[in-house]
Ligand binder design. Sequence first.
Ligand code: COA
Length: 205
Amino acid sequence: MVSKTVKGKDSYDLELADEKDLERLAGMHQKAFKGLFSSDMGKGFLKGLYKNIIYSDAGVCYAVRDPNTKKVVGFIAGTSNEKNLLPTSFKIKSVYNLLLAVLRNPRTFTNVLRYIKKTRISSGINTRAELISIALEEEYQGKGLGSELVKTLEAWLRAEGIEKYKVFTDTKYSKGHILYEKIDFRLEKKFDLFGIENRCYVKKL
Ligand SMILES: CC(C)(COP(=O)(O)OP(=O)(O)OC[C@H]1O[C@@H](n2cnc3c(N)ncnc32)[C@H](O)[C@@H]1OP(=O)(O)O)[C@@H](O)C(=O)NCCC(=O)NCCS
């Protein structure tokens, strides 16, 4: 575990997430990424997704904990190789989750199309390393924790021999692009996903 002092005063604990954090990670994901395909898929899917990221050799997830309450208040997830991240068994199970999600809410279908198009564009970017997700509870934003989480992910990526990595963000549901532009990501591509502007940023390590 590493203790980070941010913006000169508060100190927070950054550590690898583990299985007991899955409920919190899924909950924070759903709250931060409302309206996105992954959130439509439900909490069970998200718990499975983060479990696979935590246990995959090609994945990592760091959690930030409030040292007073010990509660997880933010996280970052990433991969050194998106192709090796998720086992086929999980992908097959996800198709079932997907059908249920579309039946529950037909709007999800458009999000599925968005996800497919984004995946196609992602495979054309010449790195398989990716910042998958980053989120902080609202009252913990703006304290420098997002930047610290990114630095922690970058240290892991460097140790894995990665020289550059990508991140996708939309400008409708997320303010991620403001953070990425502040910390030296380069805008690689802007594209429309059925009415929502998406961006891919790349950063050299
Ligand atoms: C995006 C997010 C992770 C940023 O984390 P954070 O801890 O608030 O960011 P930091 O405090 O490290 O900010 C770093 C810089 O980016 C700027 N910044 C970050 N988020 C910003 C926002 N929402 N609005 C305006 N500026 C922002 C800060 O002003 C800061 O610049 P400064 O150093 O000149 O003051 C956080 O706001 C969040 O969880 N948002 C909801 C989920 C989300 O959108 N995730 C991104 C998915 S792609």
